[in-house]
Design a protein around this ligand. Structure first.
Ligand SMILES: C[S@@+](CC[C@H](N)C(=O)[O-])C[C@H]1O[C@@H](n2cnc3c(N)ncnc32)[C@H](O)[C@@H]1O
Length: 213
């Protein structure tokens, strides 16, 4: 069984934030980056209760890789929306929604496999304020839901992504989160990286040719 299928079958689903297709897309991209020996660590911008974090850690464990997963979150609920995030249908999340705690994240991971914690670095704080990001990144998952949060994710992480590395932007095709697409298109405009959309996730292969994973 491939590591992607093993994790999909055996690792817990902690909440309803992502469907199975999202998980498969993100894990396939991470597997691709790791199989290609892209240097650097793994970053999740918006780790919340660890639904995806546990899968990212699982891949590091399954492949026996010498990499860390950096989970970044303020655990204070979503920051306030700005104009590009507003929709006409009022269906997107309320400001301050998704509040959770670092404790909950840690308990979710240790409750399944305490050994996974050796590979996790939690950076607690606003994306723009926290320090300790890795210098080199092979794979990043952007899941901050909002224009300013995704902007911060690009500003901080994109320059650290190694050539051939992959960024997955969640909710890129989700009409309830228009700010995600607006800032992603703006940031990527004029760049030559290969971009593909799969199950609503935008896959960016930096300076690579391989975003069809
Ligand atoms: C949709 S949830 C992430 C779900 C998570 N990836 C998972 O798999 O469970 C979005 C998270 O991003 C965090 N977040 C959004 N903008 C942020 C910012 N600017 N700084 C820190 N955390 C932020 C929120 O606190 C929230 O926990």
């Amino acid at each position: 069984m491939s590591p992607v299928n093993k994790i999909l079958a055996e690792y817990p689903k902690l909440d309803s934030t992502h469907g199975p297709k999202d998980r498969e897309t993100v894990l396939s991209c991470l597997y691709e980056a790791m199989r290609n020996d892209i240097p650097g660590d793994i970053v999740e911008m918006g780790c919340h209760v660890g639904n995806m974090t546990i899968c990212l850690l699982g891949m590091v464990k399954e492949l026996g890789a010498d990499k860390k997963v950096y989970g970044v979150d303020a655990f204070q609920g979503l920051p306030d929306k700005t104009a590009p995030d507003l929709t006409n249908d009022n269906c997107n999340r309320v400001d301050g929604g998704l509040k959770c705690s670092r404790k909950q994240l840690v308990e979710n991971i240790t409750g399944f496999d305490a050994g996974l914690m050796d590979k996790l670095v939690i950076l607690e704080g606003l994306f723009s304020e926290v320090t300790g990001y890795p210098d080199q990144v092979c794979f990043a998952f952007f899941d901050g839901d909002l224009y300013e949060s995704i902007k911060d994710s690009f500003d901080i992480i994109y320059p650290r992504v190694s050539p051939g590395g992959i960024i997955c932007v969640h909710d890129y095709s989700n009409c309830h989160y228009p700010g995600v697409r607006a800032i992603t298109d703006k940031y990527m405009s004029g760049k030559n990286d290969v971009c593909t959309i799969k199950s609503g996730v935008l896959i960016i292969n930096k300076e690579g040719q391989n975003a069809g994973v």
